[in-house]
Ligand binder design. Structure first.
Ligand code: UDP
Length: 362
């Protein structure tokens, strides 16, 4: 049995192609949600979009970082001890991923890390620690890009490194957005949610200031992440008055907006990837990124988190838009990442069988 563990919206998006590919291979797989994201806007609508049924829905008692980690770790350990699990899979860099890696390791279960090898080279980021720990103890490391695979090799990881591409492209291809002619692209789309951006009052204030100024001359749409909204309220900051703020959008609707926007301003990992695939210029509101590919390919700029830097990057892109607005459809793989991951999982499970039960030649 394979356990596919997801905690957040992007994890559902990126795990879905793997689950479908495992099922095509006839491999038994159960889906576990850890409860990090739990409402319909951030979890339910994504499960529905990808036709996924949840087998084990864990409930978080604590919402703080340590408490939620302990809740997930012990609940997963319980699932692993009650079910005959041979391999657990998790994708990305959240608390869910670290807890899955450790629960698997301590239960004698194999662990496969999807999206392995991403590095921002900023150890102060909690996500970076999660990635490094998960990669250090993973048996199967699915690197989405050559740069990610090289990072793993440089760290002398023990697990087997498979260069698969990123399943985000598989997911995008399962419901591709309408192609919008370049001349009809309009507006600026915004997503901001990372802990280092929104948990720091001054940093969040600077980003809000940049969006307020931008919205004086551009149409700006911001489907706001619940975490960001609650931080704005907690810090008693003002929402930018001219920005069109909405609830988070379902994945199909979001991709439609991204494909028709002139620009996206974001600190999201997945959106940096989708922007490059769709050729939507991307202003990355971060000091560093574990996805240098989008910037290196010339579809984005790393803007930092100062108001002036964000506005300068936006200005540079909008004045020379044609240079940035170039799709790079295969920057993150060939759209068969789920299939490649399923093949490697099949090989891993086969290798765990007693010799007399393995397929001939296996
Ligand atoms: N996304 C979405 N609706 C939204 C905002 C984002 O469907 O309103 C999708 C987006 O297409 C991408 C993913 O969510 O695939 C990115 O997730 P998020 O930014 O929450 O996390 P990260 O990628 O930074 O881990």
């Amino acid at each position: 049995m394979i356990l596919a563990v997801v905690g957040t919206r992007p994890e559902v998006i990126k795990m879905a192609p793997v689950i479908h590919a495992l099922r095509r291979h006839g491999l038994p797989v159960k889906l576990v949600t850890t409860g990090q994201h739990h409402d319909v806007r951030m979890m339910g609508s994504f499960l529905e979009t990808f036709g996924l049924e949840v087998d084990h829905a864990l409930t978080l008692v604590h919402r703080d970082l340590l408490g939620s980690f302990i809740d997930i770790l012990s609940a997963l350990a319980g699932v692993m001890s009650r079910t005959k699990v041979a391999l657990a899979l998790a994708v990305g860099d959240t608390t869910t991923v670290l807890a899955t890696a450790l629960a698997a390791r301590k239960s004698g279960v194999g662990f496969g890390h999807i999206e392995a090898g991403l590095r921002a080279f900023s150890r102060e980021l909690p996500e970076e620690e999660h990635r490094i720990c998960a990669d250090a103890i993973g048996d199967l490391l699915f690197a989405p890009t050559r740069i990610a695979a090289e990072n793993l090799v440089r760290e002398h990881v023990n697990g087997a490194v498979h260069l698969t591409g990123n399943t985000i492209l598989d997911a995008l291809r399962s419901h591709p957005p309408t192609a919008v002619p370049r001349a009809r692209r309009a507006g600026v789309l915004v997503t901001i949610h990372r802990q280092e951006t929104v948990d720091d009052r001054r940093c969040l204030g600077r980003v809000l200031d940049a969006l307020t100024r931008l919205s004086v001359r551009e149409l700006v749409e911001w489907p706001i992440h619940p975490r960001t909204l609650s931080k704005i309220i907690e810090f008693d900051l003002d929402l930018p008055p001219n920005v069109h703020i909405t609830e988070p959008i379902g994945h199909i609707g979001f991709l439609e907006r991204l494909a028709s926007a002139r620009l996206v301003v974001t600190d999201s990992g997945g959106v940096q990837e989708e922007a490059a695939i769709l050729g939507t210029p991307c202003v990355c509101v971060r000091e560093s990124t574990e996805r240098p590919e989008t910037i290196d390919a010339g579809v984005g700029l790393l803007a930092g988190t100062q108001t002036a830097g964000i506005l300068a990057a936006i200005g540079e892109i909008l004045t020379d838009w044609d240079r940035f607005a170039r799709p790079v459809p295969h920057l993150y793989g060939d759209g068969r990442a789920g299939e490649k991951i399923a093949e490697a999982c099949a090989g891993f499970l086969e290798s765990k069988l007693p010799v007399h039960l393995r397929a001939v030649g296996g």
